[in-house]
Write a protein that binds this ligand. Sequence first.
Ligand SMILES: NCCCC[C@H](N)C(=O)NCC(=O)O
Length: 435
Amino acid sequence: MTATAATPLPRPTAPQRWLALLLVSLAMFGNYYVYDALNPVIDLLRTQQGFSYGQIGALSTAYNVAALLVLLAGGYVIDRFGTRTAILVFSAICVAAAALTAATPHFETILAGRFLLGLGAEPLIVAATTVLAKWFSGKELGFAFGLNLSVSRLGSASADWSTSFASPLYANWQDPLWLATGVVGVGLAAAALYWMQERRAQGRIDLGEAGETDRLELRRLYAFGRAYWYIVALCVVFYATIFPFRTFAIDYFQQAHGLGREAAGLLSSLLPMAAIVLTPLFGLWADRVGRRALFMVAGTLLMLPLFLMVTYLPPGPLLAIPFTAQSVPATLLLVAVLLGGVFSLIPAVLWPAVAYIVEARRLGSAYALMTFCQQVGWAAVPPVVGLLNDRAAAGPGNPAGYAGGMWFYTALVAVGLVFAWKLWRLESAAGNAAA
Ligand SMILES: NCCCC[C@H](N)C(=O)NCC(=O)O
């Protein structure tokens, strides 16, 4: 029986909310897993298929170009067809993209697969955010967002760990990508269950209004102040450094430092692993003390020497990675742990900082614009790093050939530090003026 107009519908109960969170988070787990599944097969694509680093960079950029097109189209599908259909359709696109990427050895097909993934994965993130806002509005929303991001990052870490738990698959480049197709298929099954849950809730439960889907409104560019643009600039250079570094990291640890695939995968997984635990804690800390610009300065300062440390410092003694049978050089472990700290700290303060300086009615477009700029920066860097590696003939016989890419990351972080510092100065000046 459904309620009449006179009797208001009840809000979702706690079990209903947590079931929605579980299902949407599983879809996001698959989303992040399939994105990062390409990273551990880069060396195989190079040795078995003869791909250059420039081509690997293009595979990364194809995802961003697609994501930019979807962002430009706005939240049309979500608004037009509703969240439950959007989650299902975008998850299905991710499965098709994963299968296309794994299906044939042709570069063009793999490129098309990564492009299709960008068309499905990025709007799936937007749709998932909208779903959580509906079920959790007014109740534990921040906590639900945090848990959702942690489960997503667990997907990234699991793709890295697949070098250990699925090591026999790494005899060729295709089998790990078929595994990724299976994982994102489980995500699609969760999306289908969510579809049923939301349909069942229709007319029985008050799911409230999720609010407008974040839209990109380029004519509003002028409407934001200097502080906003400093945050956007830091966002661009931060993600244009950390995501491309993660794309190439496993191959880099293998070729430049002689690590086996399993050890390289475990080392790379320290970044998302740290973020699972530390991002919510840094978020809580910043909520208590404020001073987000100072956190951003500290994060970029800490990040600045890391790519040069990993390039030029002696490797140091071998240290065991806890709970595994793998050992890695101390310098690499230290750099991975510190990068994990930065990967936790900066996102924890960067995204919420926008909410403090932009008025609520413009927050949707502020985030959409920031994500748009993020994708542009992130798209540009992998081909440059690929080109630098190719030109220097980087490889196991010439580990110094990777230094150009590492200097490029360092230069990007230096630019980020300038913007973080400018933001800090601006905020200090505003604080003093208010005092
Ligand atoms: N591995 C998937 C990439 C997620 C991209 C997403 N647009 C994003 O930037 N998320 C924020 C984050 O810190 O992960």
